[in-house]
Ligand binder design. Structure first.
Ligand code: FAD
Length: 290
């Protein structure tokens, strides 16, 4: 660690590289325009870079938020984009980044105070969070643990050329339900499609080669542009506990309030009347916050 210097970013190039340290995890790197845009929300002076000589090898940012607490508002550091390049892991760079950043946050007088806890973990994880006297939560936890999960299967396909014009297309009557053109997100020159199927118990049990072949068939069937394109590669992501089941006979979903004072629940599985969607998660979060 002796050769690594941690300090705030001095210019856009350093900021771009510091943010890129985490962008790298996701297979992307912000270009100058993206870095400048992001810098309008995340000031350079709130972004620390870890430097090995002239090379930025890690970064850690803090959004300058304010948090409403009883009695008024206080500054609150929203720690974000913390990352270290794979070439410099396991050398204490992250520890030093966080130490320097937290000292800076402290110096700026940004305390974080919370009177309540919102547990926003999924139904299957609630039990693992609780300690001490869990008796008051027993009924909620028992029901949550009994909720059944349903898988979502995503098949990613890379073609040698662009195959669709729309950002996403529904695939009614097929096993894959939606196809999204990821080129719109990543700006890739070639075409990367993601096909998604929810409630996909049968598909989740299939092997990768079969799923890639199925998805490619369904794309070719639905999208004329794919018929002459060459499939370069395919990957599959099976999320076994992607959503909770809404089949009859499932345990009742809990409210945001709990028998424990100051403990609230949030997440899509709370009793919002909505299925497992972002909308349900947002509605539950809103209820917990008010
Ligand atoms: C592949 C896929 C596609 C989807 N597509 C759509 C869609 O098109 N439209 C839509 O509305 N919804 C979609 N959903 C559903 C949507 O993503 C969820 O409903 C939503 O993200 C739920 O939000 P949440 O905050 O309740 O839970 P999550 O987003 O799952 O957040 C729960 C958090 O809890 C954390 N956590 C878990 N266990 C623990 C623990 N023990 N301790 C601490 N933290 C823990 C997790 O890391 C996670 O950050 C999709 C889901 C998947 C998986």
């Amino acid at each position: 660690m002796t050769d690594i210097v941690v300090r705030t970013c001095r210019d856009l190039d350093e900021f771009q590289a510091a943010v890129g340290s985490i962008g790298h995890y996701f297979g992307g790197w912000p270009d100058e325009e993206a870095a400048a845009r992001f810098g309008r929300m995340l000031p350079q002076e709130r972004t620390h870079a870890a430097l090995d000589g002239d090379l930025v090898v890690g970064g850690a940012g803090a959004f300058p938020f304010t948090m409403t607490v009883p009695g008024g508002e206080v500054g609150c550091a929203g720690v974000t984009v913390v990352g270290v390049l794979p070439t410099h892991r396991r050398r204490g760079v992250l520890t030093e980044l966080m130490r320097t950043q937290l000292a800076d946050i402290h110096k700026r007088g940004e305390p974080i105070a919370a009177r309540a806890v919102v547990a926003a973990v999924p139904w299957f994880a609630l039990e693992t969070l609780l300690g001490g006297d869990v008796a008051p939560m027993r009924e909620i936890v028992t029901r949550a643990s009994a909720m059944r999960s349903k898988p979502i299967v995503t098949v990613n396909l890379w073609y040698d050329r662009t195959v669709m014009d729309d950002e996403f297309v529904g695939l009614p009557g097929r096993q894959m339900q939606w196809v999204f053109d990821k080129r719109r997100v990543f700006g890739e020159a070639a075409s990367h499609l993601s096909l998604v199927a929810s409630g996909a118990d049968a598909l989740a049990a299939q092997d990768t080669a079969s799923l890639v072949a199925l998805a490619a068939r369904e794309v070719a069937d639905a999208i004329p542009g794919a018929r002459t394109a060459r499939l370069l590669r395919g990957t599959v992501v099976r999320e076994k506990r992607a959503t909770f089941s809404v089949a009859p006979g499932q345990p009742p979903r809990p409210a945001v309030t709990t028998p424990v004072a100051g403990l609230f629940l949030a997440g899509d599985w709370i009793d919002t009347g909505l299925p497992a969607t972002i909308e349900s998660a947002a509605a539950a979060g809103h209820l917990a916050a008010i």
